[in-house]
Design a protein around this ligand. Structure first.
Ligand SMILES: CCCCCCCCCCCCCCCCCCCC(=O)SCCNC(=O)CCNC(=O)[C@H](O)C(C)(C)COP(=O)(O)OP(=O)(O)OC[C@H]1O[C@@H](n2cnc3c(N)ncnc32)[C@H](O)[C@@H]1OP(=O)(O)O
Ligand code: NDP
Length: 467
């Protein structure tokens, strides 16, 4: 489905728009979608649409980007940097433009521990990089990528840092605001709590843990988990659009849109609340009972990957093979390990973001606007938010029905019984093998068995007496 058709389809069907559809059934008539392709010259916007944009637009919110952590550098550069430059060029032709709001990421400068609301010098001059990569073969670019990105973990954060620099260069010609959200999560309040529709960031991890697939992950229990609800990001972005258009700041204003410095919550606490939430509201057809732990110890994590991921996957795939089905669990785990390997950088350390501009913006809003465009994360109740987030992954990402929860709980009970039976059989098997080889183990075994018998006969005798 094309981008435009897909967008229109979403307005018509997505539960996200239920409330606005109810309040204003004709809301879609106020929106004019424009087809564009970031990888194409002039963003592939038709001349008629260029005409419409240059004559009508007042505020640009530039969100389009590739957010993949494994994007080849050339492609990431094209989507996140060159396309931003092209949009800035178009913006300068717009007769009524009052604000250009660029969505960056709080991790654009994740090679620093403390991040102020300023644009840091770029790792390389973007234009020079674009020119030099243009003639290079993809394989060569791939080889030199680690040297280029240096102490950043991926091409995403690297190209987002370059994009900020490209945006800043135009700040004498346009009124610019840059929003830097941290890890965007499910909605907190708007349009309803817990809305989420993708596997990005922590959502995929929560789902994998809720399905009982993910049992271990490297993360620092005490590090701040800088999650930010998506509606907070949107409210702050809209407010920044208003502020930029009305106050026309001379230099680009940067807003670090984060929670850690204001209302901190830690990965250890997230783990606890995610696990207890999925035990209360289980996902359907879980692979195992949800029981995931985070550890910062590399060796411990490797041990649990072997015991809790690879070993069960091997057994399950063996079962699938024996029952004539295609093995799939090992493949799923390999993909999961790739995904969490890319996320661990962000869950194993923490950062300090200065968020003075967020406070400044709030102080400029009227009390009514502060409610309508609420981005005051001091009021965020984390346990409640995480509970709604987990339920949101169930309802809106996996499209599971809440009425199926009793059946899902029943399934977890079945899994628990299977685990008890399996563990007992394993214990007996190990003892039998052990006993066959060692006299001492045999003696211990007989001692334990006779103790059990004695206990049983004592129990039987005392219950006969009382009867
Ligand atoms: C132990 C558990 C307790 C829980 C507590 C601890 C939790 C710790 C969580 C730590 C999370 C830290 C998150 C940090 C994020 C930092 C964010 C920086 C902020 C940003 O600015 S950007 C936005 C972040 N970007 C992303 O999140 C994108 C990351 N994803 C990728 O780069 C790629 O998807 C990835 C992971 C390389 C996989 O690529 P690939 O194998 O090619 O697969 P696809 O992308 O094509 O997807 C195929 C298929 O899989 C689904 N999918 C995608 N990601 C996941 C996932 N993480 N888990 C499960 N499934 C996933 C995807 O939707 C596709 O499904 P289809 O049905 O469409 O096939
Ligand atoms: N998710 C997060 O945790 C964070 C995200 N951000 C930033 O927020 C912004 C939005 O991210 P998010 O919503 O999560 O990401 P998505 O991947 O969901 O959205 C990216 C958007 O870019 C558009 N897009 C991608 N490629 C192209 C292309 N080649 N041509 C035209 N349009 C394209 C997509 O269009 P379509 O839907 O049609 O594919 C989509 O609308 C990004 O700038 C990201 O860097 C910042 C911090 C955290």
């Amino acid at each position: 489905m094309g981008r435009l058709v897909w967008t229109k389809y979403l307005w018509g069907t997505s539960r996200l728009f239920d409330r606005v559809r109810e309040d204003n059934p004709d809301f879609h008539q106020k929106i004019v979608p424009i087809s564009s392709e970031l990888t194409q010259p002039a963003l592939a916007i038709s001349p008629e649409d260029v005409e419409r944009l240059t004559s009508c637009v007042n505020i640009i919110f530039h969100c389009a980007a590739t957010i993949r952590f494994d994007e080849p550098l050339k492609h990431a550069l094209q989507l996140n940097v060159m396309a931003t430059q092209q949009l800035l060029n178009l913006a300068q032709q717009m007769h009524h433009l009052q604000a250009f709001i660029h969505i960056s990421t709080a991790y654009a400068n994740c090679n620093r521990r403390h991040i102020d609301e300023i644009i840091y010098p770029p790792p390389v001059e973007p234009k020079k990089l674009i020119d030099s990569l243009e003639w290079m073969e993809d394989s060569i670019v791939c080889d030199i990528t680690p040297r280029l990105i240096g102490d950043r973990p991926n091409t995403y954060t690297y190209t987002k840092a370059l994009a900020e620099c490209v945006v800043q260069k135009e700040s004498s010609k346009l009124s610019i605001g840059i929003i830097r959200p941290s890890i965007v999560g499910a909605s907190w309040q708007e349009p309803f709590p817990g809305w989420i529709d993708n596997f990005n960031g922590p959502s995929g991890v929560f789902i994998a843990a809720g399905k009982g697939i993910l049992r271990t992950m490297r993360a620092n229990n005490d590090a701040v988990a800088d999650l930010i609800p998506v509606d907070v990001v949107i409210n702050l972005t809209l407010a920044a659009g208003w502020y930029t258009a009305v106050h026309r700041p001379k230099a680009a204003l940067v807003y670090n849109c984060t929670t850690g410095g204001i209302n901190p919550f830690h990965w250890g606490e997230i783990e606890h609340h995610v696990m207890s939430s999925f035990k209360r509201n289980p996902l359907e057809q879980a692979f195992r009972r949800p029981n995931a732990n985070i550890t910062s110890n590399y060796l411990m994590n490797q041990y649990w990957i072997l015991v809790s991921h690879k070993f069960p996957a091997l057994i399950y795939d063996l079962y699938l093979r024996l029952s004539g089905q295609k093995p799939q669990m090992m493949r799923i785990f390999n993909r999961l390990h790739k995904a969490i390997g890319l996320l661990e950088y962000f869950s194993s350390q923490d950062w300090e973001w200065n968020s003075e501009n967020m406070n400044m913006l709030m102080s400029h809003l009227s009390p009514e606007d502060r409610k309508t465009f609420n981005f005051d994360v001091r009021q965020l109740n984390w346990p409640e938010y995480i509970e709604n987030y987990c339920i949101g992954t169930k309802k809106y990402v996996l499209n599971e029905d809440m009425s199926d929860i009793p059946a899902a709980r029943q399934h977890l009970r079945k899994l628990r019984n299977i685990r008890y039976t399996f563990n007992t059989l394993l214990l007996v098997f190990i003892w039998r093998v052990f006993i066959a080889r060692s006299q001492m183990a045999r003696n211990i075994w007989y001692f334990v068995v006779s103790l059990c018998f004695k206990f049983l006969s004592y129990f039987r005798a005392s219950s006969t007496l009382t009867n």
